[in-house]
Ligand binder design. Structure first.
Ligand code: SF4
Ligand code: SF4
Length: 439
């Protein structure tokens, strides 16, 4: 029987738009906008000024806190602005804008490091930090921090998240097919950095060609196993993945390391491999550009910082009238209103839906069918949480574990009354966080 978790949903996956399309290198952008806070934690500080000439891979933002990573130029050219700019998370963020010189010239300080067998665990972690590597699954947690758990946590398992359960997105699928050795090398580096001896790579069973590809790359590596998972959303949620692969349950309010596990995305492993092979920091990534509103859906290798509108242009532009542009997939993606905003390290996809495909529903009263409860992968009571949020009852929402909600959207998806449950819970969470900060 295939491994999975309790709850979840089966939305239309629509991956056929791009899952057979090889990764294409995007055209060199005319300009990039590099936000100084693409990660969870303290933003980095710009170390370049307007007029400076920079080269590809050069550090342009310094990270001063432990939970932070530096930022790098993804193209060569001239710094034309250092100022707050719109970014996909909403609002403005301090950014460095670079106008391309068309040369894509490599910074002289970039050299491949020693081979993995000659690197110490601390050297690996330092390379990862200096390369600005964060989780490429979307959350953007600095990878070197994840790889430095307190010894008392007793981490004994690494899981590579290659589930890619979000509909439409095929970036990791193509990575596993086209660069499986990179995923394996990156994972080996993580194992050496953490001293963990056992790893699993979790892949949903709608990507059996990727399972074959990665198994071939593993050959006789006995300490790394592939786990074929049931195709179900959100199978790639950290807690759901850990439960499916190991049977361990992350406690309420806890982290994967509390059950001895570290989870890293397949793309993150490939980014680590790239540093080991070339010395280049994280300045590009694979992004799936897809949806009914895109003329030529593609998997593109993009320079981080490329404006969204340029990426859409490279895929033939809009098909019909765009109704919704999301960074990410339809379940957890962030709606975008400013297409001048840049792609960031966590941009796994750009989804454009034609206006006719965007359905708007009027919510009606709850009929107490409990479908939201059955669908919730965290075993929460979404209907109660949403009611607390509507009545500003934040203490009650917290006592019903609102903070454990992973905002997967399953409850809203199944609700026959079209109540925007996830949206209500998200609001409750932000109130709880700000009241915790005040305390
Ligand atoms: S309550 Fe949160 S975790 Fe549960 S289904 Fe809704 S969005 Fe997902
Ligand atoms: S799914 Fe919707 S209608 Fe059914 S119990 Fe939950 S909130 Fe109520």
């Amino acid at each position: 029987m295939l491994k999975t978790f309790i709850g979840g949903i089966h939305p239309p996956y629509n991956k056929e738009l791009t899952n057979q399309k090889p990764i294409e290198k995007a055209i060199l952008p005319k300009k990039v906008i590099i936000p100084m806070g693409m990660h969870i934690g303290a933003p980095c500080e710009p170390i370049v000024k307007v007029g400076d000439l920079v080269k590809k891979g050069q550090k342009i933002g310094e990270a001063k806190a432990f939970v932070s990573v530096p930022a790098h130029a993804s193209i060569s050219g001239k710094v034309v602005a250092v100022e707050p700019r719109p970014w996909p998370g909403g609002g403005l963020i301090m950014s460095v804008v670079i106008e391309s010189d068309g040369k894509d010239e490599l910074y002289e300080g970039i050299h491949p490091p020693k081979t993995l067998s000659h690197l110490t665990p601390d050297e690996i972690k330092n390379l990862i930090r200096e390369a600005g590597i964060t989780g490429l699954g979307g959350a953007g947690f600095p990878t070197q921090v994840k790889l430095s758990p307190p010894p008392e946590k007793g981490v004994d398992i690494i899981i590579v998240n290659a589930a890619e359960c979000e509909p439409y997105i095929t970036a990791d699928h193509r990575l596993l097919l086209e660069r499986p050795d990179d995923v394996v090398l990156g994972l080996e580096a993580i194992m050496k950095a953490t001293g963990v001896k056992k790893s699993f790579i979790g892949i949903e069973n709608n990507k059996l060609d990727a399972v074959d590809s990665i198994k071939k790359a593993l050959q006789d590596k006995k300490d790394i196993e592939v786990v074929v998972l049931a195709t179900k959303y959100p199978q790639g949620g950290e807690k759901q993945l850990i439960k499916a692969v190991t049977g361990r349950e992350v406690p309420s309010g806890g982290l994967p390391m509390d059950v001895g596990v570290i989870v890293n995305n397949a793309g993150t492993c490939a980014a680590i491999s790239n540093v080991l092979k070339t010395g280049l920091p994280l300045i590009e990534r694979i992004t799936t550009v897809t949806g009914s509103g895109i003329k030529e859906p593609k998997n593109l290798l993009i320079k981080i910082g490329t404006p969204l509108i340029d990426i859409i242009g490279q895929c033939g532009g809009f098909k019909g009238k765009p109704g919704k542009v999301l960074m990410g997939g339809p379940m957890m993606g962030l709606a975008q209103s400013q297409l001048e905003a840049p792609t960031i390290k966590g941009t796994s996809g750009l989804l454009v839906l034609e206006k006719a495909d965007v359905k708007l529903y009027e919510p009606s009263p709850c009929i107490r069918c409990a479908r939201c409860v059955d669908a919730c992968p965290i075993n929460l009571l979404p209907t109660n949480l949403a009611k607390f949020a509507e009545k500003n009852m934040w203490v009650e929402a917290e006592s019903y574990h609102a903070m454990d909600c992973i905002e997967c959207g399953c409850c809203s998806y199944v609700c026959p009354a079209h109540i925007p449950l996830t949206q209500h819970i998200r609001i409750a969470k932000s109130h709880i966080i700000s009241s915790r900060k005040k305390k």
